[in-house]
Design a protein around this ligand. Structure first.
Ligand code: FES
Length: 215
């Protein structure tokens, strides 16, 4: 799904500055001198976390997103033309380039999730949130997006909400997760089935003698 990016939109702030200098220095310390542009991705992530923190205080609240001014500031810090930062930020779906809901519900609809029923999961989200793909709720709490494979195909169908994965979903468990978030509760993260992580559904099937010995 094409994500919105309008560098001249009225919601774009005039300027941006990083608040947590300690984290900023830590990010730069991970890369050798002369390779500062390698820090672009963690810096974009840091911006998104800072705006997410700030967004909880606005009315309606907002989730984390990356203003153009922040990308320009990153470009200045890594001594690159701004377009080098824009091209990274626009490529990855994990970077939000426009204001977004506090809970960003990203539904994976790539083949393994689709084969396991992602269409029904999308429908459950649309029904529970009364939103269509790409929309944000009027109270600022939810944005619904469609994304490509999130690397958890073994637990398909799944969605990512902010930093957390919810897997082995059914329409019922999907709605349950969203209902909990609406109430301000933290739903159980991970598989919404009875299995642990990505082990086979009937339980472990190999090396059982060794695991028993190891307790
Ligand atoms: S296809 Fe959905 S996580 Fe890979």
């Amino acid at each position: 799904m094409k994500k919105p990016f309008d560098p001249n939109a009225p919601y774009q702030p005039e300027s941006f500055s990083f608040r947590d200098r300690e984290v900023l220095d830590d990010i730069f310390s991970r890369y050798p001198q002369g390779r500062e542009r390698s820090a672009i991705m963690p810096l974009l992530d840091l911006v998104q976390r800072q705006t997410a923190e700030d967004g909880l205080k606005t009315r309606p609240p907002q989730g984390g997103w990356i203003p153009r001014a922040a990308m320009d500031e990153i470009a200045r810090l890594v001594d690159q033309p701004p377009v080098k930062v824009y091209e990274v930020a626009t490529f990855y779906s994990m970077y939000n380039l426009a204001p977004i809901g506090v809970h960003h519900v990203q539904c994976c609809t790539t083949t393994p999730c689709w084969l396991q029923g992602s269409e029904a999961i999308v429908k459950a989200c649309e029904e529970e949130l009364r939103l269509h793909m790409g929309e944000t709720s009027a109270d600022g709490k939810f944005t619904l997006s469609e994304v490509e494979c999130l690397g958890a195909c073994v637990n398909a169908p799944m969605v990512q909400i902010n930093d957390d994965y919810y897997e082995d979903l059914t329409p019922e468990t999907m709605k349950q997760v969203l209902k909990s978030l609406k109430k301000g509760q933290q739903p159980e993260i991970g598989p919404q089935s009875t299995r642990h992580a990505s082990e086979p559904l009937p339980g472990p099937t190999t090396l059982q003698d060794r695991t028993q010995k190891a307790g």
